[in-house]
Design a protein around this ligand. Sequence first.
Ligand code: FAS
Ligand code: PHB
Length: 389
Amino acid sequence: MKTQVAIIGGGPSGLLLSQLLNRAGVATVILERSSRDHVLSRIRAGVLEAGTVALLREAGVGARMDREGLPHDGCFVSDDDLMIRIDFKALTGSTVTVYGQTEVTTDLYAAQDAMGTTILHEVSDVVIHDADSNAPFVTFTHDGAPARLDCAYVAGCDGFHGVSRKTIPADKRQEFEKVYPFGWLGVLSRTPPANDELIYANSANGFALASMRNAALSRYYVQVPLTDRVEDWSDERFWAKLQSCLPSDVAGTMVTGPSIEKSIAPLRSFVNEPLRWGRLFLVGDAAHIVPPTGAKGLNLAASDVFYLYHGLVDALTKGDATGIDAYSARALARIWKAMRFSWQMTMMLHRFDGEDAYAAQMRKATLLHLSQSETARRDLAENYIGLPY
Ligand code: FAS
Ligand code: PHB
């Protein structure tokens, strides 16, 4: 097999990059480890920055998002019963869109199928060869048979546990990591959202997030110790914990119901530098992980895709390597700013086991200042709606 860009990973990064490249006349092949059903069964991000929305429209997959996505002009941050509204529209002139990553991935798969793009599912033994040469290639197993894909470039879109990042020799790259001593237990329920805008809640009982997918589908999270397992949490225990963290008037009126999905995600901040090694480029979670507190994971993948897509089109159609040569530094500049915001939101809203009374006071003072300072709210809003590409 031969193509122009070999894409490892058929999640949102790989699919969006492939869709944009194909529309620009660049050929791709996607190699995905899991079945399509498995990829589409994952419940992940829920909030799209305006830049991500624009890129999905440019990729020709914005129609259902524009019909079914929920534009949100603001969100709330709460401290026990103190509700602080962050008015994105008034403070920045921009908004975000609530539209689940599952829907984005579904739309991208449909568009790629319509393009006739080659997407190989359930591949295994993926190895990237000669990335630091002018003739890289990928070997893998598919349908029980060994296979080889020759290409001009490789896009590593295979997430945190993929092979792409590890293809870069350890002495050629640097990892930056912070692991948080807690995770998020997430629940999806066919219940109306507790509030019409998201609530990021700090409380004496820990962190909670009230989010949604649509008017009949709610997405909630509570902070849990890393030692907890999903089976430790009955629906009843989850709802009681969530309601103990949300402002009491919200908790007292919300509708609860059976969970249709329940999972625990650990929180970490991670960046790999650089994002390039020869003709291999790292994109999305293959390159970086953010705690979901700032709703940045999927949105950072989108800006990586934006930079690499333009660079690869220029390199492959005009022989101009300026964009791919600048990709790593350009993407990392935005990645680190989103890392900082996600870390700041995580530190502001979570209780850390064993923290001293001073740390708790710092968190409360930060939230009180947020409630009293438009400047502080504007800083949060500018980062939340997404910094410029
Ligand atoms: P992905 O991990 O989505 O996709 C990588 C793909 O590569 C997968 O389909 C995988 O099967 C495939 N792959 C892996 N190894 C391979 C190999 N060797 N060969 C071939 N294919 C391989 N972000 C938010 O903004 N908000 C959230 O609430 C949120 N919650 C999350 C919860 C969890 C449990 C996780 C893991 C992530 C969450 N994220 C969240 C972040 C998430 O949305 C990512 O940012 C997003 O999935 C990034 O997309 P990709 O870069 O495509 O990586
Ligand atoms: C979600 O709806 O899944 C969601 C929203 C905002 C976040 C994290 C997750 O910051």
